[in-house]
Design a protein around this ligand. Structure first.
Ligand SMILES: [Zn+2]
Length: 470
């Protein structure tokens, strides 16, 4: 009898536990997430640069020689994306982001408005209305075009005070990146309005107030945002809305030794961990924005560094999607920047294995300076000191180019010297601007609903919105 009773109890416990398990899984089934990853300025040639580096560099950091981007391409559904605007072949980030955020074509520089200047609502806005948690994060500034197109409506991307106002209306749960400079005006600073808050800012020496209006920071605080200026502050905030401002404008590609801010990966981890607490699920935009900035500088070594940081973040997102089963991840770019390319040359006996070039590009990243900053330093020198000797010295000290640089003799223009240097390494750029190149896209995770392979960027809105409404 006792044995039978034990058996009954055991069966009861097993069934009860099993039932709970099923209930739990069902709850998870109902949770749906969209993660949109935008590698800003990263045309197919730059995505190729990352994947070829992973495959071919003699000391590739990837043991299996596959970047996470390549792994996602090989397991996901892939396609190409056209990104022309309402009126132009080539786009800027604002029109591109408005188009994939809202599904409506618009004009360059526009944020969250259509071609007639009328407000259009984004997938983030619609997701929030439906009860999803929402977030945007970037390694440039939180008011920059890509994140702002998801929460703001302004005729021009430069209307930063208006963008902040819009942030307080749309209220994404999580906003992470740089840009404290645009939240504080000179008058705010003179009136010591935020003395207590600014005392917490570790990068205060580099901070320059640039807001045109006063009280921007007060506005976000009054709307319930808690501020984080360091990685530690960010991770300690567990409730309510978070605005992370980790740098004056952009997160440094070469962080100083005393850097206390997060990386793109740190921000992504925090956002996913917080947003996934919501029963319904979430929408998250992750922007690797600095790739575009350094592609504008035609700086291949910093581009590579930024691509690797983007790819490190993809590894985490991929893992999350593999576990969750109800997450659609879209990885693409908004436009190509620079028209990057390596040019063919006929190999000689000595140069037979030119895969070493990848190692060289890596080595040529001294980890000290961002080209734009060094160029500004050069331009600030008295005219008499602006010559090729100074340029050669700066290339050695700031970029770590240790070889003989005499081929730069006689070049006094910084940009020209930089271009000449890289062309000698076989690297060419078509322009310092954006190009027309159609883009790669990969749909990873819960991608069963994707039927096409050729898209316009407005289609991405429909795919994300349909997924969250399913
Ligand atoms: Zn750009």
């Amino acid at each position: 009898m006792r044995k039978i009773l034990t058996l009954f109890i055991s069966i009861f416990i097993l069934t009860a536990c099993g039932g709970n398990q099923i209930k739990k899984d069902n709850q998870k089934q109902e949770q749906k997430n969209v993660i949109l990853v935008i590698a800003d300025g990263t045309g197919p040639n730059l995505m190729g640069y990352l994947m070829e580096y992973a495959r071919l560099a003699p000391n590739s950091p990837y043991k299996d020689r596959k970047s996470n981007l390549e792994k996602m391409f090989s397991m996901g559904k892939n396609g190409i994306v056209f990104n022309y605007t309402d009126s132009t072949i080539v786009t800027d980030s604002a029109a591109a982001a408005t188009q994939f955020a809202t599904g409506i074509k618009t004009y360059p520089e526009a944020l969250g408005v259509n071609a007639d200047g009328k407000k259009v609502n984004s997938v983030l806005y619609k997701a929030k209305q439906k009860g999803y948690a929402t977030g945007v994060l970037t390694d440039v500034y939180v008011l920059d075009a890509t994140p702002a197109a998801f929460y703001a409506h302004q005729a021009n991307r430069k209307m930063r005070d208006g963008i902040i106002e819009d942030m307080t209306i749309t209220q994404p749960d999580i906003v992470l990146g740089g840009g404290l400079d645009y939240f504080v005006s000179e008058t705010d600073l003179e009136n010591k309005k935020y003395a207590d808050i600014l005392a917490r800012v570790p990068y205060i020496a580099e901070f320059k107030p640039q807001a045109e209006q006063d009280d921007n920071l007060a506005k976000v605080i009054n709307n319930g945002y808690k501020l984080a200026f360091t990685k530690q502050e960010m991770n300690s905030l567990n409730e309510g809305k978070i605005l992370g401002l980790f740098a004056p404008v952009y997160l440094p590609p070469y962080p100083p030794a005393d850097w206390q801010g997060p990386t793109l990966l740190d921000m992504t981890k925090k956002a996913i961990s917080d947003l996934s607490k919501n029963d319904k699920g979430f929408f998250l935009l992750v922007e690797a924005g600095f790739i575009d900035w350094v592609a504008h500088e035609n700086a291949p070594q910093t581009v590579l560094r930024e691509l690797l940081e983007f790819d490190e973040t993809l590894a985490y997102i991929k893992k999350f999607a593999d576990k969750s089963k109800n997450t659609l991840v879209i990885v693409t770019a908004d436009h190509d920047t620079g028209g990057f390319g390596m040019a063919y040359y006929k190999p000689t006996k000595e140069s037979k294995n030119d895969y070493n070039a990848f190692e060289k590009f890596n080595k040529l990243d001294s980890g000290k300076s961002f080209v734009y900053e060094v160029e500004q330093k050069y331009k600030a020198l008295p005219k008499s000191e602006q010559n090729s000797d100074t340029i050669k010295k700066m290339f050695k000290e700031d970029f770590g180019y240790q070889e003989n640089l005499d081929f730069l003799n006689g070049i006094n223009d910084f940009k020209k010297a930089f271009k000449t240097y890289w062309e000698k390494q076989g690297i060419f750029w078509a322009t310092k601007k954006h190009t027309n190149a159609p883009l790669f896209v990969v749909f990873y995770g819960d991608n069963a609903g994707i039927k096409d392979n050729v898209f316009h960027n407005t289609d991405l809105f429909k795919i994300m919105n349909n997924y969250l409404n399913k």
